[in-house]
Structure formats: C-alpha cells, structure tokens
Write a protein that binds this ligand. Structure first.
Ligand code: BGC
Length: 623
C-alpha cells in the first residue's frame, strides 16, 4: 500500500475515533419535584431551591434538548398544567436560560407536554426550571414534574479543550477533615459536644489519612495529580502554647517528602478552620493580639519546611470561618451569634494573613504565598410576581457581594479593610501590610447565590429579618442543594483577571501576581459512596472545566485546578453526610476505610492524561 493511502486511512480512523455519531442521550436521573419542598428527602442529582424548583443541566456540548412534562401535572378538564392556576402559566416555570440566567425561551404553552429546543451555541448553559407554587404547603400538588429529559450530541462533535502546559491538576484536603484523631483542636471538641453539632457525627478516625497518607498519595500519583493541597494541623505541631512537638514536625516532614517522592507539588494550608483549643479558648481570631500566636506557628513551619514547601496558604476561607462560627445557625465552632465579632474575625484573618505573608517571605523569599478566598457569584433574583429584582434586592445583592468578594480584593489593592456585616457597626481599618500581600490568587469556588429582599423570611448574612438568600448559606456545606452553576466560574475568572491587572499596576509593589489557582471546587453528593450511586460529580467536573477553559481562552491566567476533594471526608456541619471525594471512603460504616475509585476519579485521571477535555469525557456523563 502506498504511503499516501496508508496516511489517509490512519487519518480517517483517527477522525472517526474522535467523532460521535449524532444521537440523543437521556440523562438517567429523576426530576420529580414531589411533595412540598420541606418534606423532600435527599435528591440524587437536581439542585432544588425554594424559588427555582428543579434545575436540569445538559452537558455543555449538547446542541438540542427535549423535555417532556409529566401527564399528572395536567388537569384533565383544563388541559393546562396544574401549577398555572396559581400565579403564572407553566410557560413561566419551564424555561431555558443561558449561562447568565437570561431566559431564552419559555418552553411550554398551555397544553404542551413535549418540547424540543435548539441550543444556540456551544458553551451556553441549558437549564430547565420547574417552579413550584410559592405556597406548597397549601397546594401540595401544585408543581411540575419532568418525565423525560434528553440532550442531543451532533454528528462529528469534537471536544478539544486543552489547558496550558504545566497546568497544576490537583486535589485538595484539609487536616482535620481527613486525618482522624484531631485531638486538641476546637473542631474535635465541637464535634464531640452537643449531638446537634455535625448532625451528630463524631470526627473519630475520619479517613485515617494521618496513617494512610502513603496509600492516598499512591492514589494521587496514579490519578496523575501534579499538585496536592494538604493542611498542617496546628494543634499537633503546637499542642500547648509555645510548646512545639518534634514528633509531629517529623511526621509532616515524612508526609511532604512522600509527596515530593511521587513528583507531586505540595500546597500547604496553615490554618484550615481547625485550631488548637488553647488558641480558640483565648478567643482565636476574635482578638487582634492573638495573631502573634499564629505568627509563631507560621514561622516555625516555614523554618522547618522551607526546603519542602513552595506554595503556602496562610488561612482558608475567612468568610466561612467568620459566618460559620459567629452567626446564627452557622454550624461551625464556636457557635456564637454576634455580627460585630464575626466582622472582627473576618478582618483579623486579613491582618493575620498579611503578617504571615511577610513573615514567610522574610524567611523564604522564593515562597509563593496566598490566602484561599471563598468567592461566590452573587446575583439578584427576580421576584415571584414581577420579573425585575426590586431596588432593595439590588442593594442587598451589592452588600453581600462586597462582603463576600470585594472586601478582600480591596484590602489587597489598597490596604483598607471595610467590612459591613452589621450596617450599624462596620469594621473599618487601614493595614498597610495588606497592600500587595499575595503572590498568586487562591480561590475556592462552589456556587452562586441569588439574593432577594423579603421581609417575611428570616435573615441570614446580616442577621436582620429582612433578607433571604434563595440558595444555601456560606456556612452550610454544599450538599446536594447548592445551585449547579459552572458558568459562574467564568464570570469569577473575568473578575479576577481585572483584579490581576489592577494588582500588577500597583505603584510601589515590586512583584507581580503569578496567576490564579482554583484551590477548591467540587460537589457534595449525598450517599454517593462507591461507583454505583455517583450521579452529579462527573458532569460537574466537565462543565466547570469547560467554563474555566473558556475563561483561560479569554485571558484569565489560570495556572491550576485543585478538586475538592481527593477523599470523602468530614464535611463540617454535615458530618459524614455529604461526600465530596473523587475517592469514596465510608468513614461511618466501613471499619476498613477502603478507598474506592468513583467514576469521577477515572474521569479526572483521563482529563489529566489529556491535559484537558476531549471526546474521551463523554462516556463519563451518566446516561
Ligand atoms: C471548605 C472545605 C469544605 C468545602 C465543602 C470549603 O468551603 O474549605 O473545608 O469541606 O468547602 O463544603
């Protein structure tokens, strides 16, 4: 055979292997909204929120969707969906939105049960909203069920989304959530305290990562991870104020060496929620003077491990720490309810970060130091009766966004801290060391919040009974109810692109911001231990990476993505009831703590192997 023909055959075969024949695929999920929201048990896939009912997401590469509403949603006499007798027609409830939530098309007319819809262009989110009546307790049958949902993959689809060279593919963990026996920490006491804490779960052995780190790093290596984010447990290193444990320092040296040996770059978090009880008992970050204690520990770690650690995270998610620990029903220790103290904790974490940043850099100038900032995309929610958000809704949206996102960005750019959690008593400070105190931007992204002003529902963030957030709260673990919003990672990256430009033009700051690393992103499936029941995570990963890829294409300097988490672990206020792991570990029931590769773990391995998204990912979305 001559060479030309052989080449054409090979090229043809290669092309065929990357193409998918046009086909409809049904997502193997259940979309029945069922009885009133308050009575719902765990739902395997859908996001359900009190305003927007069911949200079904087709994968980003779908080009058409087909939706069929359940027969029982239609009244025989009227041939119209039952829900429309209340305020709006069914057409208002089942609709397709683009990635910004803008409604493209209200799908259903009065008596339509089935609709097919073309998705205008690749990268547009397709979401089908099925809204309940606003008073489900009164009209329990007044809801829409989706009987069938399909999406279409076109002929010759080629997914070719490669990430930059040397991209840090990785996973993240924190010390007390995986290590086990986190004795001497405030979290250990909290979880062992009232049975109302952590849904009655105790930390116990957790995944026993403290003893099984070699096995876990073997898994990480097999998965292809290039970076691994781990926490050092301060209470182990310094069990009593001023007393450092040589044994524990040696333990973490072995842990870090075990990663290095496998070619995996460690990223070390110095404070990830848990802290020594002696520190917590003296008020922790409530008091600015306590920052000195944190600095002694930070300096100790840097001096001990400067040969092994390059990437440092000083503090994880100050907003979660402050809201979770110091607002009503926050679910995290110390379980106080005091908005002023919450603001102080938030501000003191910024200050502690700045001082830790300079302390680390003075010992190890080449270190790369950041703070893991939880950021959420916060948008106004349209009202029930009118589509436009009200003026108050807009104001609350702005205030929440300032608190959650902008306060930190401003502090780094200007050195000014302005935290307005309690409008009557804002926390305002000028801390010059904060200006420019970042080497790269570490961001944790999970979900977006839709805000709306509501005088009836109880307030959350501001503790004033005037505001209600339609999604779960910062201090509530993601679980299965957090809104699925992969597109928002794009808008977030665009915001951080602008921030990076501002940072890099700061007068008097002699270093540039070295890109962005997503230090956490993941999803808490409930009861998804093992391969059998995992339904959401694979598509979650694919869709988030797709929008991250789009952001990189549009100029965001993203250098890494660390999935939360490598292992199922102790999920804060949810105890062991929400599983975030690529690897399943049944900490409550399996005495052997067997590590189980989930579908998403294999998918992630494949993505890392290809350095991005290719047609190889398609089979991982559960059909
Ligand atoms: C925290 C993790 C937590 C995860 C899921 C993040 O906000 O840093 O500790 O497990 O969210 O809720």
């Amino acid at each position: 055979m001559n060479r030309k023909i052989a080449w054409s055959i090979t090229a043809g075969l290669l092309l065929m292997s990357t193409q998918v024949m046009a086909e409809w695929k049904t997502l193997d999920k259940s979309w029945h909204l069922g009885p009133p929201f308050s009575l719902l048990g765990p739902r395997p896939f859908n996001d359900v929120d009190p305003q927007n009912g069911i949200v079904i997401n087709a994968p980003f590469y779908a080009t058409k969707i087909r939706v069929i509403i359940s027969e029982r949603c239609f009244s025989r006499k009227q041939k119209i969906p039952l829900c429309c007798w209340s305020i709006k027609r069914a057409a208002d409830y089942v609709r397709i939105c683009d990635k910004n939530g803008t409604v493209y098309k209200k799908l259903f007319g009065k008596s339509t049960r089935e609709e097919t819809y073309e998705v205008p262009s690749n990268g547009i989110r397709v979401q089908v909203f099925s809204c309940r009546n606003s008073v489900p307790e009164t009209f329990p049958n007044d809801h829409i069920d989706i009987d069938h949902f399909e999406y279409f993959i076109p002929d010759g689809l080629v997914i070719d989304e490669h990430f930059p060279e040397n991209f840090f593919w990785g996973a993240a963990t924190s010390a007390f959530q995986v290590e086990g026996n986190s004795i001497g920490t405030d979290w250990w006491e909290w979880a062992n305290g009232s049975p109302e804490h952590c849904k009655g779960d105790r930390i116990g052995l957790a995944t026993d990562h403290y003893n099984r780190y070699e096995e876990d790093f073997d898994i990480a290596q097999k998965m292809g991870l290039k970076m691994f984010r781990l926490g050092i447990e301060w209470a182990r290193i310094e069990p009593e104020k001023g007393v450092f444990s040589r044994d524990e320092i040696e333990h973490y040296r072995r842990v870090l060496e075990a990663l290095k040996k496998r070619g995996i770059e460690p990223m070390v978090t110095l404070h990830h929620f848990s802290q020594p009880t002696w520190f917590a008992n003296q008020g922790g970050f409530e008091k600015e003077e306590n920052i000195e204690d944190f600095l002694e520990y930070v300096e100790k770690i840097t001096n001990e491990f400067k040969d092994l650690i390059t990437y440092y995270i000083t503090i994880n998610e100050p907003s979660t720490l402050a809201l979770g620990g110091w607002t009503k029903n926050g679910g995290l220790p110390p379980g106080k309810n005091d908005l002023k103290l919450a603001s102080e904790v938030y501000a003191n974490c910024f200050v502690a970060h700045a001082r830790a940043y300079h302390a680390i850099k003075s010992i190890q100038p080449q270190a790369k130091v950041s703070l893991a900032k939880h950021m959420r995309v916060i948008i106004p929610n349209p009202g029930y009766l009118i589509d436009d958000p009200t003026l108050m809704t807009k104001k609350i949206t702005k205030a929440a966004g300032d608190f959650m996102n902008e306060a930190f960005l401003d502090a780094i750019l200007t050195g000014n801290i302005s935290i307005i959690l309690d409008p009557l008593s804002p926390t305002i400070r000028n801390v010059p060391e904060l200006r420019g105190a970042l080497d790269f931007f570490a961001v944790n992204y999970y979900t977006r919040d839709r805000m709306f002003f509501n005088i009836v529902e109880e307030g959350n963030i501001f503790g004033l009974n005037i505001m209600y957030r339609s999604e779960q709260h910062e201090y509530t673990p993601m679980g299965h109810r957090w809104e699925y919003s992969p597109d928002c990672i794009y808008s977030l990256m665009m915001r951080l692109k602008k921030f990076s430009e501002d940072f890099n033009n700061l007068p008097g700051i002699d270093h540039l911001l070295e890109g962005i690393i997503i230090c956490e992103n993941g999803v808490g499936d409930v009861n998804d231990i093992g391969l059998a029941t995992e339904t959401m995570r694979p598509q979650f990963i694919i869709d988030h990476l797709h929008f991250l890829y789009m952001a990189i294409q549009d100029g965001a300097d993203v250098r890494g993505y660390l999935h939360w988490s490598l292992l199922d672990n102790f999920e804060l206020a949810e105890g062991y009831r929400a599983q975030f792991g690529l690897i399943g570990v049944d900490c409550r029931n399996d005495a052997g703590l067997t590590r189980i590769w989930k579908n998403s773990a294999y998918l992630y391995q494949q993505i890392i192997k290809n350095n991005g998204l290719t047609n190889d990912v398609i089979p991982y979305v559960k059909q």
